[in-house]
Design a binder for this molecule. Structure first.
Ligand code: FE
Ligand code: CA
Length: 519
């Protein structure tokens, strides 16, 4: 196991020098005006031999530097085999550094595969809650069953994180988070929905739009104080990615819809990536270098799942035809367009050739089904979401070609703030079925919603791909076996008041060997 080691004296000696009694306790009391672990804990990127454990010291989360002195501080950590924290499997110290907002990322290794572990951080008398994380099964080993959760899109102002509270109570091996962990803008207290209804404004972001590192840090800090979110993190290790709102709405490479000069947007991207790293339980391989980060990676579970976590933002070409929801246009067929960038696409193609794992998971952000978004019959040209794969049809054909060849491929998506499920067809959505796509709704973005959004029937009727839609908040549970991939759409009845009730809206199954959705 790692965990950077400097001696206990490193930070303690100076502070303790003037104290006559109980220096360890007083040291912590002197340092922290409040509980230092107010942002909770997290685990991430589980492998057969371990995972990352994370925390951040922030006794005053919303003030600059989290209310911490600008000095490195030693944090103790322990990983145990039992929730009573008696049988220690690994332990050590790590240094929380002011350059990284006093975040701590420990890459724990040397653990045994396919087992639950329990972890905790400590400084002096101050301790975190106990978190649980499960190691992955040995790569290639026989695995009869796997359950994991899928969640994301948690606009704080739109609703409570009730769904995260329910997700915390599910028994999952891991959670895949498809991004929009924060929303960088501050919205108006009076909000209109896409259909023109007044939307409830449940709570307010602190601060304005995020631009600097301090802005993004404050936004993460506010979101991370949420108790339901903290419980969901403490319950299982997460594979986190990002989508657009961790940085700015609809960003693409170095371009933005409002045409910030690319060399200036690079500063904002660097600040946003740093804050993302500081608050996410990811490995050191995902430490940003200025405006660049390597987020795409692979996760394997026994002989059952070979999953690819993709980055559909950093390397893509700008949205065609002005982006957004717009009439179909030739730019969407640009053969030079890319969604993943050449290097990531080659990496993915290479991995897919290896044919490991019964199921192939493509864990990414934006919808692959190419829907006509017109909600009434205006007679005009079809309207597409050009920020999704519908604006990148050449890369879409290439990827679907690979997935068709590979077989047993399932795409997991977020971004839409609705539940969708369908069969992905080549040739712009009219060819053969290559894979199945499950689009997970949002935790809170968009407010409580309803069973069907206005116009849902029309969108369904005009698509050869779409088989199911629903407009409530929640998350997915995926249950895999060698014979089938089953996805349960878990929804909460409302997210505006505490106590939203969870239920299963729909269960859909993909049988092994056939790219088809069954009820
Ligand atoms: Fe979102
Ligand atoms: Ca967007």
């Amino acid at each position: 196991m790692s965990g950077t080691g400097i001696s206990r004296r490193g930070f303690g000696a100076g502070l303790a020098a003037g104290l006559l009694v109980a220096p360890a306790v007083l040291r912590a009391q002197q340092l922290f005006r409040d509980y230092p672990f107010r942002l909770g804990i997290a685990a991430g990127d589980p492998a057969p031999d371990g995972f990352v454990i994370w925390t951040r010291l922030a006794p005053e989360p919303l003030v600059p530097h989290g209310g911490m002195p600008l000095a490195p501080i030693e944090v103790e950590w322990v990983v145990c085999e039992d929730p009573g924290m008696k049988r220690v499997a690994a332990s050590g110290t790590a240094i929380a550094r002011p350059e990284l907002a006093h975040a701590v990322h420990v890459e724990v290794s040397g653990l045994r595969p396919d087992r639950p572990y329990f972890y905790r951080f400590r400084i002096g008398r101050e301790r975190t809650m106990i978190g649980r994380a499960r190691t992955a099964p040995a790569i290639g080993s026989p695995l009869a069953a796997l359950r994991f959760g899928v969640a994301g899109c948690q606009q704080y102002e739109d609703g409570l994180y009730t769904a995260f509270g329910h997700l915390a109570d599910e028994e999952v091996a891991f959670v895949y988070h498809y991004g929009d962990y924060i929303y960088e803008a501050r919205e108006e207290p009076v909000k209109l929905s896409r259909e023109g209804w007044l939307r409830p404004f449940v709570r307010q972001n602190v601060g304005g739009d995020c631009l600097s590192l301090d802005d993004y840090r404050q936004r993460y800090a506010q979101y991370k104080m949420d108790h339901d979110l903290q419980r969901a993190h403490a319950a299982a290790a997460w594979f986190v990615t990002y989508d657009d709102h961790e940085i700015a709405n609809d960003w693409a490479g170095l371009s933005t819809p409002w045409k910030t000069p690319p060399e200036l947007f690079a500063f904002r991207r660097a600040a946003a990536f740093q804050a993302w790293y500081e608050h996410m339980p990811v490995r050191i391989a995902s430490l940003p270098r200025g405006p660049d980060v390597r987020m795409h990676r692979r996760a394997r579970y026994g002989d059952l799942l070979d999953a690819y976590l993709l980055d559909t933002r950093q390397f893509r070409t700008p949205q065609p035809c002005g982006g957004n929801f717009a009439p179909d246009c030739d730019g969407a067929r640009d053969a030079g367009a890319t969604m993943l960038g050449a290097a990531q696409e080659a990496w993915l193609a290479d991995g897919l050739k290896a044919r490991e794992g019964r199921w192939t998971g493509i864990l990414q952000q934006v919808m692959m089904m190419r829907l006509d978004r017109r909600v009434d019959d205006t007679g005009a040209a079809p309207v597409r979401n050009l920020d999704s794969w519908a604006g990148y049809l050449s890369p879409r054909e290439r990827l679907l070609g690979l997935l068709a060849k590979r077989g047993n491929a399932v795409v997991l998506t977020g971004d839409e703030h609705q539940n969708f499920a369908g069969e992905l067809r080549t040739r712009e959505g009219s060819g053969d079925v290559a894979a199945v796509e499950f689009v997970s709704t949002s935790i809170s973005s968009g407010g409580s919603g309803s069973d069907k959004r206005i116009g849902a029937e029309r969108i369904m009727a005009t698509s050869q791909e779409l088989k199911f839609s629903n407009d409530q908040r929640g998350y997915l549970l995926c249950d895999l076996s060698p014979e089938r991939w089953q996805t349960s759409f878990r929804v909460v009845d409302q997210v505006e008041r505490v106590g939203g009730a969870i239920s299963t809206r729909q269960v859909l199954t993909v049988p092994a060997g056939r790219a088809v959705l069954e009820r």
